[in-house]
Design a protein around this ligand. Structure first.
Ligand code: GLP
Length: 239
């Protein structure tokens, strides 16, 4: 496991964009796993800037969301599909989200994971981390061998999305996610965390025991994972 600490969010975004661009440069038709949330917004803005400037070209790359809500309408405000439409306006070969409005969410996310496998798996999976240690929508309790499935969202995760959906009662209670085992099959993983609010969970995930209580701790089983942190998120790590 590599831990890379940058002074602030802007530097984290630049390094994360570097990592994505490096993979795409080495293999233009690469397959990426991408997160939503506040964490990657600056990274995606930096990618947009590089593409507009002609410094990067992701038009042959395939990008897959790592999770999605179960919602009545596919691109309802607050869904990950809506997030990507707003924050990642880059031309990819394809940018796919599970269909939030699928009638059978388990079948939908299993087919989605199957499509990733069909392309040979994720070359780089970028992840954020929830304050409770979740990665994608693998909430506490997610086993290391868990696969793509629908999941009940915790109150904490629902509260974090209240603004995006307009109010807490509009936040879906169910999500769909790639499982821990699916994420661990990625060739490389880049986990990004920023801000003081993430410092306690980063310490537990990186330096505490591997445990389903903190799903991000399973990433320690992966041979090529980088924790890209700003100084605030790294503040509680012990030497
Ligand atoms: C969300 C998403 C995750 C994301 C995490 C952190 O619920 N399902 O993919 O990484 O929570 O979000 P944020 O970056 O807003 O803290």
């Amino acid at each position: 496991m590599r831990i890379q600490i940058e002074p602030d969010e802007l530097a984290v975004a630049a390094r994360a964009a570097d990592a994505i661009c490096d993979v795409v440069r080495a293999s233009p038709s690469t397959t990426l796993g991408l997160p939503t949330g506040a964490t990657p917004v600056r990274t995606y803005a930096e990618l947009e800037r590089r593409v507009a400037a002609g410094d990067a070209d992701l038009s042959r790359a395939s990008a897959f969301a790592v999770d999605e809500f179960v919602a009545p309408v596919r691109e309802a405000p607050g869904t990950n599909a809506a997030f990507f439409a707003r924050h990642l306006r880059i031309r990819f070969h394809e940018l796919r989200c599970p269909d939030a409005a699928a009638t059978d969410p388990d079948a939908e996310i299993r087919a989605f994971a199957g499509a990733i496998r069909h392309l040979g798996g994720l070359d780089l999976c970028v992840l954020g981390i929830g304050v409770n240690g979740h990665i994608a929508f693998n909430e506490p309790g997610a086993a290391a061998d868990s696969r793509a499935r629908s999941v009940a969202l915790t109150a904490e995760s629902r509260a974090a999305h209240a603004e995006a959906f307009g109010s807490l009662d509009r936040v879906p209670s169910t999500g769909m996610t790639l499982g821990i085992a699916d994420l661990l099959e990625s060739r490389r993983i880049l986990l990004i965390a920023q801000g003081h609010a993430k410092s306690a969970i980063v310490r537990v995930a990186v330096q505490g025991p591997e445990s389903a209580d903190v799903p991000a701790s399973w990433l320690r089983r992966h041979a090529d994972v980088t924790w890209l942190l700003d100084a605030a998120a790294a503040a509680q790590l012990c030497d």
